[in-house]
Design a protein around this ligand. Sequence first.
Ligand SMILES: [Zn+2]
Length: 138
Amino acid sequence: MTPFDPDLDTMTRPTTVAPGEVADFQRLIANPLLAVMALLGVWVLFRYSLESRNLALFLATLFAAAVCPLLIQYHCLDCGRTDLALRSRAHACAAVVHRRRADEDAPFFPPTLRSQVKAWALTSVLAGLLYAIFRHHS
Ligand SMILES: [Zn+2]
């Protein structure tokens, strides 16, 4: 069994809320800062591995880059908790459970964590493309 966690405690009550079901009632903000910082570090090491023709480092950076998205975090607007976005679906603090029990409509704001992460990813790709284009032309 998992150790006691006050945030998950509500899920062990008779009115059990399965992970995923609460997702519609959460108010979470995605925070990709940690993942972006890690990616920048990976990018520096990646460039270095190419310059120094270090295959082991090259492969290690590829692996690290694949792991970086896992570092995306979320902040709960209700209880202020910060945790990895991976675990966000299990987050059911008092406010979230209350909203679900009251069967309120899904909060209009913010958008789901998944949409926010997609928006961040899209923005990063566009920024990267623009950077590449402008650098090419100057
Ligand atoms: Zn919360």
